[in-house]
Ligand binder design. Structure first.
Ligand code: B12
Length: 212
């Protein structure tokens, strides 16, 4: 039963048993789970549960860090299943804005671009605004994707968007993440060209529609 497999995985994750966690991920791959499904239906709910346990003091910060680092380890092991498509000549830059430390969603976004043949530059967490803008200017991606998860980072997130919108080069800006759920995406009303995507599934649909 899938629920039992999930419960065992979660137990191994909280113990930091990478070996056991990877056996489960290998099992999902053997069962034909695509990367998108492993990301959306396995790692995302698993870490959500870790967050709830942390919030309710059922686990320490150290255990949360262990589970997070173990999940990132699992994602690193998936490389052979991600670098599968030929490069399509398009480049995306994926990052978290300044002060945003939640980088796993952004990493998933970068992997979805890679899966579709894009050259995805993944900058990770907490990229200083000036440096991010400089990198966009020097690498000239056609898409910048930003992950925004903690609402108190809104002012930096919005000012980064505004600087990117001033670019005189053609640039699509895609945003997502937990801080844009539940009505707070209204902050994008004044920035109609910025595309909010609710999930990496939506990103995949967008990339497939671009390819056809
Ligand atoms: C791990 C973690 C951390 C780690 C992050 C380390 C790392 N390497 O990323 C650390 C310890 C740094 C951390 C810090 C904090 N955290 Co934290 N953290 C988490 C936790 C447990 C998991 C986050 C995660 O990776 N989730 C899995 C990913 C895959 O989910 P995701 O980010 O939502 O991404 C998905 C979608 O949103 C979407 N997506 C995301 N970005 C984008 C972008 C685009 C373009 C697209 C298309 C889609 C997309 O696709 C992803 C796939 O499904 C969450 C719990 C949770 N519910 O997620 C809390 C959580 C997010 N953290 C929380 C809090 C409060 C904090 C702190 C403020 C704690 C503190 N007091 O210091 C700090 C803030 C730090 C900061 N300045 O950013 C709260 C946020 C509550 C809120 N509503 O604001 C949560 C929800 C925990 C909780 N239940 O209370 N955290």
């Amino acid at each position: 039963m899938l629920e039992n497999i999930y419960a065992d995985y979660q137990k191994s994750l909280l113990q930091g048993s990478s070996r056991k966690c990877f056996q489960t991920i290998q099992h999902l791959l053997d069962e034909g789970w695509p990367i998108l499904r492993i990301y959306e239906d396995w790692f995302t709910p698993s870490l959500k549960e870790v967050g709830e346990m942390w919030e309710h003091n059922k686990i320490s910060v150290a255990v949360e860090h262990l589970a997070t680092a173990t999940t990132e380890h699992m994602m690193n092991m998936l490389g052979p299943h991600i670098f599968t498509a030929d490069l399509n000549g398009k480049k995306a830059l994926v990052s978290c804005t300044e002060n945003e430390l939640h980088q796993i969603g952004a990493r998933m976004v970068a992997d979805i671009f890679t899966l579709h043949g894009w050259d995805a530059l993944f900058l990770g967490a907490n990229t200083p605004k000036r440096d991010l803008i400089d990198m966009v200017e020097s690498h000239q991606p056609s898409v910048v994707a930003l992950s925004f998860n903690i609402f108190f980072n809104a002012s930096t997130f919005l000012s980064t968007l505004d600087e990117l919108l001033e670019s005189d080069k053609p640039l699509d800006i895609i945003v997502g993440g937990q801080a844009l759920k539940g009505g707070s995406q209204n902050m994008l009303h004044d920035r109609p060209s910025v595309v909010h995507m609710k999930s990496i599934g939506a990103l995949q649909e967008y990339l497939e529609s671009q390819a056809s």
